[in-house]
Design a protein around this ligand. Sequence first.
Ligand SMILES: C[S@@+](CC[C@H](N)C(=O)[O-])C[C@H]1O[C@@H](n2cnc3c(N)ncnc32)[C@H](O)[C@@H]1O
Length: 340
Amino acid sequence: MNATIPITSFKQFREVAYAFRLPRILFSALELNLFNSMESRNWTIPQLAKRLKVSQRGLTILCRNLASVGLLVKSQSGYHVAPFSKRYLQKVSPDFRGDYLTLMLRQWSEWSHLTEVIRAGQPLESREAETPEYRRSFTWAMHHRSMQSAQDVAQQIALKGAHSFLDLGGGPGTYALAFLKHNPTLQATVMDRPAALEVARTLAQLSSAGTRLTYQAGDFLKEPISGTYDVVWYSNVLHIYSPAENLNVFKKIKRILRPGGRLLIQDTFLHDPKGLRPLEANLFAVSMLLHTDRGNTYSLQDVRAWLQEAGLTRSRIIHLKKGTGDWEGQLLEGRLPLSG
Ligand SMILES: C[S@@+](CC[C@H](N)C(=O)[O-])C[C@H]1O[C@@H](n2cnc3c(N)ncnc32)[C@H](O)[C@@H]1O
């Protein structure tokens, strides 16, 4: 995409406009359950067409495209799955990203309603549409999205002297568990809605660090946040809420931080004066328009101003040298003064 922006020629415009084709091809392969159905063997087109109950003509063109981007390998007699697909797109693999793939697929149809949403200025569904089933599936998707980046982040952030850690809006607790693993004396709490915490409990049982994780069910906007903490981790939550709501959350966090305690914010941030870069931060704002009442993406400068106003006066940007695979590997820290 980067070679095509800014768009200054019709050729670039056409490339950007037609960029929908490859995602659509991937999503059709997922909808047909193609990668799982191929298991570990080689398939001729007639054999695979029979198994998937699709036309040979359609499958021939689909497989050729999937092979051309490296998801399948073409052999003399047919196709088999490439190592990447085997690892991430097949259910039998421990690295399978199942619920995250489902979330991506759902977004195809959701994004198709963008024009209506822009006209109305209202999200696709109201908050009432949130059911425990939806929350559980979304929470698994969050785990599948962050299982690698959580390890990368926790490995690169030193929590020297910290004993207590709150993963606020922590969903599956993937980040809390990663920080616990890398900090053997740390105790952590994950706060989220009850259905999300069910997923966190399941994951904690699979990890030896899980015995040091506790749970707080509730809505942190409407209810008090209990406990006192050395570190609060606020990851991928900032963009769900308005500036005023985030300021309110920061003020609540200030009250539960120990003197010298840190709020660490992970999100996608705009970081040029006009608020146009990076493109990903602007694209992500569209997701918030589709799904939230007041969410958006924000500039580092704006969020630092809210931290200051909330009394977390010592703020700084933390660049993670090795990146995280999530956003640009950049975090924002707000710290409560030792005398605060
Ligand atoms: C986008 S997910 C991020 C999950 C995780 N922090 C991560 O970075 O992968 C946002 C999470 O915040 C939770 N959340 C949002 N608003 C909340 C609120 N007011 N009270 C409790 N949890 C909330 C959601 O239920 C969801 O699990």
